[in-house]
Design a protein around this ligand. Sequence first.
Ligand SMILES: [Zn+2]
Ligand SMILES: [Zn+2]
Length: 346
Amino acid sequence: MTTVAAYAAPAAKAPLERTTIERRDVREHDVLIDIQYAGICHSDIHQAREGWGEAIFPMVPGHEIAGVVTEVGSAVTRFKVGDRVGVGCMVDSCRECESCKAGREQYCERGQVGTYNAVGYDGEVTYGGYSQKIVVDEAFTVRIPDGLSLDVAAPLLCAGITTYSPLKRFGAGPGKKVAVVGLGGLGHMAVKIAHALGAEVTVLSQSLRKKDDGLKLGADHYYATSDPATFTELAGRFDLIVSTVSAPLDFGAYLSLLKADGTLANVGAPEEPISLNLFSLIGGGKNLAGSMIGGIAETQEMLDFCAEHGIGAEIELIEASQINEAYERVLASDVRYRFVIDTATI
Ligand SMILES: [Zn+2]
Ligand SMILES: [Zn+2]
């Protein structure tokens, strides 16, 4: 075991504080990663505050991890010391079920093991990226291409793959009209990726406050959802809408913006159930879909795509001592567009 500095929430809703945790010794298929950057995802806050139900404390959040390999197990074949790597939202799965075999480990039937706030198949609690080192099986480690800086690459491990996966699955590309709801950590990645895929991109945001940013990030159009005229003007416009907001929306209103056979893919996770009049789906044969992160091979594909297109996250780099303040700013939607912790400051 190795003792490692980390930032942890000691209890639900308690501020995060500096502490130490133990990392397991490197097993034959493991890599030891010297973490350099860790993104702050909105779901870190949901979990640290038990918004999604009972959680495990102390909790070291963080599932947008970028760093460098410093040790490899005897059976590791894909990585060597010095490689630039990332770890996202999961660190293990059964590898045998239909989902795992199809490269969709995030939907593992036995249950994938979360990077933090989870118990591994070995019975040990997992701790995430707000720490200086992590030990991960090479099968759940991805390569960060040379063209991507580690700080702007870190948020791709959750925000990037969470938006890339539904954009690809539902056919975002040339000739397609794609709307992105919400221009936050996830939304800004969705805009960049949808634009790079060749789609015509529209941002639907509460206000026009971030319009200039949205257009710079690659959006072709930008509308305020607080203006009722937006819903009249855009009725039946889109092939695909990706909703990235974690507040409950009027899904019926958004479904009315789809063409026939269009899809509203939801990647945000509101803490409350939503209600929906199903006529908004039936009329037009529309689809309401969910999507959660992406598989490991798809995550590698996303990183390679982002490197090829020069896409990184827009970040505000912070020191570990600013994590609690950053949480408050995320909750107030006051971040452009992802906080990333310089883990050397832990
Ligand atoms: Zn996340
Ligand atoms: Zn499985």
